[in-house]
Design a protein around this ligand. Structure first.
Ligand code: MG
Length: 389
């Protein structure tokens, strides 16, 4: 292919009325920069949906699109791309995308940039290079990634963003009536108690519904183990992200002792982080996030999971739909898929930003069929995007 000649960055901002994860809880407030700290896990969240989008252009005028997290301090990611990464990407051939990931990661290795914004920035560029490669061959991205395993990708409903337990149960009943069968709640906003919420949902949804809870890295190993024993009678599919990300030994230990299967991995950026946890051979599910991993690391992480016999349940997060499209392409070639997360409060609004036939219906994602990602920014995107030089 011809070489990369230009890299541009954009911040996409999509307003929302109810903050992500639900209305403000007791003691929570929006600060002067539009963020709030969830008391449940001490984590910062924005009050808008936001991401960083990149456009990579080659000498012959071909274009590829990529996207990464921009929910917090999006200008930091743009600066990393424009100041550090783009000058090293310009002149490279998109065909070498996997080597380019390794080279860009290596630029800041000795400074301790093993994840975080630096690797997010690489993920956006990586997705754009894969998009360019597939577009140049006039094929959907997945055809470059492996053998297609699924015609449609089963999803699960993530989040019941209502203020009270009663309203959450009512919302879950409405979704169940529409045919949804797998539900995950976010413990960080379980103001009436995690066990109480699970008990109420199990009672409302019946024995066949699949129930999961995202614990948002809140606990230590012993606390999580005690909670898992309380949750076990409610036939949970898994508990997610139970421990602080730094507690690798604790996570492995919990996986061994928990009566409920353990899922983790949405915050991992690389195969290196994945290997540390998977080598303990106790996790039941991993949850790679395309916005952090890019296509290259998503594939390496899921291949590792397959080697360890661990099921894959890809994560979905706040974004404009481009890295979501990339995630579907990579997921459809992933053996050992359980279900892909479906963020109903985000996905449909992201579609409004794109020209794409990507869809979610009847409990399944349907891959976009166009070349490359099969998704490009549409007219509404440009009404919500700001170019960052
Ligand atoms: Mg999660």
């Amino acid at each position: 292919m011809s070489q990369v000649t230009q890299v541009e960055t954009f911040i996409l901002t999509i307003p929302r009325t109810t903050p992500y994860l639900g209305p403000l809880g007791p003691g929570e407030r929006v600060n002067s920069r539009g963020y709030l700290v969830r008391k449940g896990n001490g984590t910062l969240y924005p009050t808008v949906d936001r991401s960083v989008v990149v456009r990579v252009t080659t000498e012959d005028g071909a274009v590829g699109w990529g996207e990464t997290y921009g929910i917090c301090a999006p200008r930091a990611v743009c600066e990393l791309i424009n100041d550090l990464l783009a000058p090293e990407l310009i002149g490279r051939d998109p065909e070498d995308v996997e080597q380019i990931w390794d080279d860009l990661y290596g630029l800041m290795r000795v400074r301790g940039c093993f994840g975080g914004f630096h690797v997010d920035a690489i993920a956006a560029l990586d997705i754009a290079l894969w998009d360019l490669r597939a577009r140049s061959q006039r094929v959907p991205l997945w055809t470059l990634l492996g053998e297609r395993q699924y015609e449609a990708i089963p999803g699960y409903l993530s989040g019941l963003p209502a203020a009270t337990l009663e309203e959450k149960v009512s919302m879950a009943r409405d979704f169940a009536a529409q045919g949804h069968t797998a539900f995950k709640v976010h413990a960080v906003v379980s103001h009436d108690g995690i066990v109480e919420e699970m008990a109420a949902l199990r009672q409302a949804l019946g024995p066949d519904a699949e129930l999961m809870v995202d614990l948002h890295w809140k606990f230590n190993c012993e606390q999580a183990l005690a909670l898992a024993h309380q949750l076990a009678p409610h036939q949970m599919k898994f508990i997610e992200a139970p421990l602080k990300p730094e507690d690798v030994d604790g996570l492995i230990e919990l996986g061994r002792r928990s009566p409920v299967p353990v899922a983790a991995g949405e915050e991992w950026h690389t195969e290196y982080e994945a290997r540390l946890r998977l080598s303990g051979k106790s996790l039941s599910y991993i949850q790679p996030e395309m916005g952090h991993t890019g296509v290259t690391q998503f594939l390496r992480i899921t291949r590792l999971a397959h080697a360890y016999g661990v099921q894959v349940a890809p994560h979905a997060t706040i974004g404009g739909g481009l890295f979501m499209a990339a995630s579907l392409h990579a997921t459809t070639v992933t053996p050992g898929l359980w279900r892909h997360e479906w963020q109903h409060s985000i996905f449909s609004r992201s579609l409004e930003m794109l020209d794409t036939d990507m869809a979610y219906r009847d409990g399944h994602y349907h891959l976009p069929t166009g070349h490359g990602l099969g998704a490009t920014p549409g007219p509404a995107f440009w009404d919500h995007a700001e170019a960052i030089g």
